[in-house]
Ligand binder design. Structure first.
Ligand SMILES: C[S@@+](CC[C@H](N)C(=O)[O-])C[C@H]1O[C@@H](n2cnc3c(N)ncnc32)[C@H](O)[C@@H]1O
Length: 245
């Protein structure tokens, strides 16, 4: 499926105000983010995630990690403290250019643009750990599910993928609901954001049963699910997925 509209949005975001596009704290709009404060949020997040990995039933090797939807490298750089090599992948070349400029400290990261709905440029079993936050929520459901299956393919035996998603009701492709979903979540939202001079990010959700099916049919298993919603009874989940060791 074409992700041209998603790419266009994030190319613009990466040029206009990349740090705010990554972490939309309204007080920091118009390039007000302090660079150190911004990257410290990534350090804190990854320290918590690495600690969390230690609580899982599988032990994750520390050779190669993938940061899917890396943006300006907020999490990629933090991951490089724990992994020998980290690859940051993003759909937006302006984000990748910014990420490269922000990396003045390590040769352990590499940034790559990927604008298809798969990750075919990476071989099977090429990562020990895959992390993705605040990314799949901006991608239409069919593409998000395709990436999830790709995460499983890319994991080395015993590796772990942790990815965050917004969860919603099941909408079957080809139905009236699917059409209305597209109208509301893509076309109308983009139009409305444009009208107000904002970057037209889309916000998507996927049914939990579809995530489970995607992982299972790719040969993985869900080993843990954490509710990372900022509000009580929210719908923001982080899945931990593994492959047999
Ligand atoms: C809100 S930012 C989050 C960046 C980073 N994960 C973080 O938390 O610092 C979302 C990022 O996902 C990227 N993105 C959106 N769709 C993508 C896709 N289909 N493939 C790869 N990256 C994508 C955007 O370009 C943007 O850099």
């Amino acid at each position: 499926m074409s992700l041209d509209h998603v790419k266009r949005t994030f190319e613009e975001a990466g040029r206009r105000d990349p740090l705010y596009a990554v972490l939309t704290d309204h007080a920091q709009r118009d390039r007000k983010w302090d660079r150190d404060a911004f990257f410290e949020t990534g350090e804190r997040e990854i320290a918590t995630v690495v600690q969390y990995l230690g609580t899982l039933s599988t032990s994750v090797a520390r050779a190669r990690a993938l940061d899917f939807g890396c943006g300006v490298g907020r999490l990629t750089l933090a991951l490089s403290r724990y992994f020998e090599m980290v690859v940051g992948v993003d759909i937006s070349s302006s984000m990748v250019t910014a990420a490269e400029a922000f990396n003045t400290q390590t040769a352990r990261v590499r940034y790559i643009v990927n604008d298809g709905d798969d990750l075919r440029q990476f071989g099977d079993a090429s990562f020990d750990f895959i992390y993705s936050n605040l990314t799949l929520q901006h991608v239409p459901p069919a593409a998000a599910l395709s990436y999830i299956a790709e995460f499983v393919r890319l994991l080395r035996p015993g590796g772990v993928a942790c990815f965050q998603l917004c969860i919603g009701p099941l909408i079957l492709p080809g139905t009236w609901s699917a059409f209305m979903y597209k109208v509301r979540r893509e076309w109308f939202r983009r139009f409305w954001k444009r009208l107000r001079g904002r970057i037209p990010y889309e916000m998507h959700f996927v049914a939990r049963s579809q995530v489970e099916e995607s992982v299972l049919s790719a040969g993985g298993r869900i080993i843990d699910v954490v509710d990372v919603s900022k509000v009580k009874n929210g719908s923001n989940l982080r899945f931990a997925v593994s492959t047999a060791a």
